[in-house]
Write a protein that binds this ligand. Sequence first.
Ligand SMILES: [Zn+2]
Length: 274
Amino acid sequence: MFRLFKGARRRHTLAREIPPEWIDYVTEYLPIFDLLPPEEARTFLHHLKILVWEKHWVGAMDFELTERVQVIIAAQGARMARGLPENVFDRLSEFVVYGVDFVRPDDDLPGPMLGEAHPFGTVVLSWPSVEESLRFPCVALNPVLHELAHILDMSSGYFDGTPVLHRGADYEPWATVFTKYFEAIRDRPEESFLDHYGATDASEFFAVAVESFFDLPDLMAYEAPDLFELLRRYFRIDPIVIPCTCESHDEDEEVREMGRPFLLPPDPLDGNFI
Ligand SMILES: [Zn+2]
């Protein structure tokens, strides 16, 4: 009975027309929307509708949660999920959005929180951090991608860095390749192209790898082609580089030759992801 109701609700969601201003909200921070192949644009909009209309949205501490904010956040999820089934975020029930970087009183982590994901399906985000991350995609510090990666990770029942892979997919290369890069960042974080927060545990490693896959795909394809290929097979898309306005980093000529300079932010984000 529940399944029937859910199916009817999903059909109703997907049949609704999106307000025309949504496309403006999407392209405000996601200029690659216009570059998506038609099939990916279609599935992108399906995921966008599901995330905006079927999830519960809360503005925390009097934050005014506008439809623009909802669409901009949901667009990151749609960007991630455009090659995945429509039910992929069914474990996600709620977005709670703060107007400031938030601090958990019961936490001993230093600094403010940029986002967190709970096993029961709530994702908590700081809107200023979301906006900052979208202004500077080449930093690959994207709280929405990060927390939604945790939700995908949870599809297997645990935060363990391994989501449910597609039917017929082999878990062995996933385990081998992810372990190789996880051990490398844990042993020599200064040499890793990934955010050092990925050394925390396997779950955080998966989340920061997903951030880099979408925000720095050319760098990942160059530095970790096997990891890039596994994520490409999992997400079933070719990521597209988003233009960034950061100052370029001149020291890494090899990476610059790939056609997309390795970029450093003028003002790196500082905070914690859970
Ligand atoms: Zn995390």
